[in-house]
Write a protein that binds this ligand. Structure first.
Ligand code: CA
Length: 232
């Protein structure tokens, strides 16, 4: 990337905006700011940002409505900010098309890790990735083969589909609903036990210690996240 990525901050709290702006500029990212949903949506067209950070608690519009509108207008990565009391809203925003979330309060390390994963996802979807690697896990996406420490692991078609979705979103959370819908179809979006069973099987095959997974991470109450190597 030749120019610094531009991030649109939609957040009504001036203190949080200041914190975001400062920690993002330390990392070489530029920002533009909006203090409500309406002006945020307007800036999407006027500023052409590369990514949006959206607070769910805005004075003029519901965060989920803003998410839906952003999704209608663009494919930009959306990172939502939510308060602990907004657990359900957070999940709804993810299902409405937001890509990942941070729960307030968060530190700049966490913020940066999320943004890196989101930007990487954008870069990855442009190129045609054939091999996914994290730690000892290697997945050949062309031949649909999975290896752990160079040993091939046999996985079932359903396990492979689950794994494939998580890899496509590597580093980014994928909600229970998204996974259930993509693998089993819309009529099964409430069958969370499917996920527990199949993720359990996958962990037994891929993780050194399935009880303390390193690759297939649980986001309690939200979904799963494929870990990525920090060193890149
Ligand atoms: Ca707020």
């Amino acid at each position: 990337m030749t120019t610094a990525p531009l991030i649109l901050l939609i957040e009504d709290d001036a203190q949080t905006r200041r914190f975001l702006k400062t920690s993002l500029s330390h990392r070489g990212w530029s920002t533009v700011e909006a203090d409500c949903g309406k002006s945020g949506l307007a800036m999407l067209n006027s500023e052409h940002p590369d990514l949006v950070i959206l607070d769910l608690g805005l004075p003029d519009m519901h965060g989920i409505a803003v998410t839906r509108r952003l999704r209608q207008l663009s494919d930009l990565p959306i990172l939502i900010l939510s308060a602990r009391s907004q657990e359900q809203n957070k999940i709804m925003a993810l299902d409405a098309g937001a890509d990942d979330y941070l729960t307030k309060p968060f530190g700049s390390g966490e913020l940066h890790a999320r943004l890196q994963a989101l930007m990487r996802r954008v870069t990855r979807s442009l190129g045609n990735q054939e091999i996914f690697e994290t730690g000892q896990l290697r997945v050949d996406l062309t031949r649909r083969k999975v290896f752990v420490a160079d040993n091939e692991v046999r996985i079932t078609p359903i396990e492979y589909r689950l794994l494939g979705i998580l890899i496509r979103h590597a580093g980014v959370v994928v909600t229970h609903r998204q996974l259930l819908q993509e693998v089993w179809g819309a009529e099964h979006i409430h069958d969370q036990h499917y996920l527990r069973i199949y993720m359990g099987q996958l962990r037994h095959k891929l993780e050194v210690n399935p009880a303390r997974p390193r690759y297939l991470l649980t986001e309690v109450g939200v979904g799963y996240r494929m870990a990525i190597d920090d060193t890149e």
